[in-house]
Design a protein around this ligand. Structure first.
Ligand code: FMN
Length: 169
């Protein structure tokens, strides 16, 4: 699958087949995250791979739109280290780029994934800090749920020519 095909056909997949994901595939997906651009190439990210039901249940308790974790075979919490980021605000941007790389890599490798928003909701951030015992300098951005797709989605039309400007507004 080439990059453009991956970009246009990737969708948030929230239903997963009962099929294990090989650890090597998860490694490859995370490596794709680590090749995202980052401000001043600081690469301030950390990734926590998890699959335990008790962890998924604890997240679903505090995040009502995370029900896909009930079927996810593996998930990745993407965090940034405040002490490694270039300056305030950059860790968030860097890790968002990593998250998109992860979603595209997962799709290209035949998996479905969904971005589960943690940042900037304080209750979710504090909830995940407790669940994963994150140090104070580690900020949770998003969980990416993963699994082999048990649903298929069409590519919607999102082209809005009026949002494209040339030379000035
Ligand atoms: C910052 C962010 C937070 C999101 N949080 C959630 C979430 O908590 N739960 C969920 O089901 N989807 C979440 N999504 C996925 C969006 O709902 C999804 O990307 C959007 O509806 C567009 O659909 P698509 O990904 O299939 O193109 C999030 C996406 C982003 C970028």
């Amino acid at each position: 699958m080439d990059v453009l095909q991956a970009i246009f056909t990737r969708r948030s997949i929230r239903r997963y087949a009962d099929k294990k994901i090989d650890d090597k595939i998860v490694d490859k997906i995370i490596h794709a995250g680590m090749y995202a651009p980052s401000a001043v190439n600081k690469q301030p990210w950390h990734f926590i791979v998890f699959e335990k039901k008790e962890t998924c249940n604890a997240i679903m308790e505090i995040h009502k739109s995370a029900t896909m974790l009930a079927e996810a075979k593996k998930s990745i919490l993407i965090c940034f280290d405040e002490n490694l980021q270039h300056d305030d605000g950059y860790g968030l941007l860097d890790c968002s780029a990593a998250a998109q790389n992860i979603l595209l890599a997962a799709h290209a490798l035949g998996l479905g994934g969904c971005w589960i928003g943690i940042f900037p909701r304080k209750n979710r951030m504090e909830g995940l800090r407790a669940i994963f015992r994150l140090p104070d300098n580690i900020i949770p951005l998003a969980v990416i749920s993963l699994g082999y797709p048990a649903e298929a989605k069409e590519t919607p039309d999102r082209i809005k020519p009026d949002r494209i400007h040339y030379e000035s507004w």
